[in-house]
Design a protein around this ligand. Structure first.
Ligand code: ADP
Ligand code: UDP
Length: 243
């Protein structure tokens, strides 16, 4: 299928990194990935040339890989560069973060030495709410706020761990350490499925040999060569997940 067979309907939502369009099928959305980049809860704004297409391709490849290993995702197909047809889900308003190595907000919050490798992955939940600064929450918050049922929460935890168990070795094959990453889950026909994106915008990826950052931290920290880093990740992924 291509964009010519998917009717791009009304804009349902425009976020910081993507636009979500309705399609002729009420159960499906067309996601258009943008080049816009934001950091620090929208305080820093910019653009990364080519990011939309790169992130759509990386996400598409990862979703397909995860599906092939038994993880249900919202991915249907890439209909054009930068465009992705997905199942329309009800998003669980929680960012699910997995950390394998200490950095970022965990380093700031707990003072843990940057680069410390954890003996097991750390799973965190943040309430998806820009006005509140996406605060850290725990399982009890998720339940009492009715963002997910206890059963759905258990499934989210299990799927998040499984995604990490699958992506860590895959990234290693690409010469990358999967330091930490963010996932979003949604409900589709009563089932919890992986939604949103998995890309250098939502993961921290460090080159195994040099430690070079190949992710959005290059933008956040003004490290330069941002486009090149995203392209590098895509190039390595194309080789490892051959077309
Ligand atoms: P933000 O809302 O944080 O600015 P984006 O620009 O990435 O983020 O916008 C994409 C929005 O679409 C997010 O709010 C995300 O939760 C939501 N979303 C992702 N996948 C789906 C899906 N399959 N169905 C419905 N909503 C989705
Ligand atoms: N992350 C994300 N979106 C967010 C917050 C975090 O994709 O709104 C990702 C981020 O790229 C990193 C991981 O989640 O890979 C952990 O981020 P952290 O809490 O350290 O965020 P920071 O405070 O550095 O934004």
């Amino acid at each position: 299928m291509s964009d010519s067979t998917v009717q791009q309907g009304a804009l349902k939502y425009e976020g910081k990194a993507k636009k979500m369009f309705e399609t002729q099928n009420p159960d499906q959305l067309l996601v258009v990935y943008k080049d816009d980049a934001t950091a620090f809860n929208g305080e820093k704004k910019g653009a990364i040339t080519g990011k939309g297409k790169v992130n759509a391709e990386i996400s598409a490849r990862l979703f397909q890989y995860l599906e092939s290993k038994g993880v249900p995702t919202h991915f249907i197909e890439q209909t054009a560069p930068g465009h992705m047809l997905v199942k329309a889900v009800t998003i669980v308003p929680v960012e699910v973060i997995i950390r394998n190595v200490a950095t970022g907000s965990m380093h700031k919050r707990l003072g843990v030495t940057e680069g410390r490798v954890f003996q097991q992955p750390v799973l965190e939940f943040c309430y998806k709410n820009d006005a509140l600064g996406d605060p850290l929450v725990n399982d009890d918050h998720v339940i009492v706020m009715e963002w997910a049922t206890p059963e759905q929460l258990l499934t989210i935890r299990q799927l998040a761990k499984k995604v990490n168990d699958l992506l860590k070795p895959l990234m290693l094959k690409m010469g990358l350490t999967l330091v930490d990453f963010k996932m979003e889950f949604g409900l589709y026909q009563g089932q919890v499925i992986l939604a949103d994106e998995i890309s250098p915008d939502t993961c921290r990826l460090w080159d195994v040999t040099t430690g070079r950052k190949l992710d959005k931290d290059r933008f956040r920290q003004d490290l330069g060569e941002v486009e090149e880093a995203y392209q590098e990740v895509m190039g390595r992924m194309r080789k490892v997940l051959a077309e």
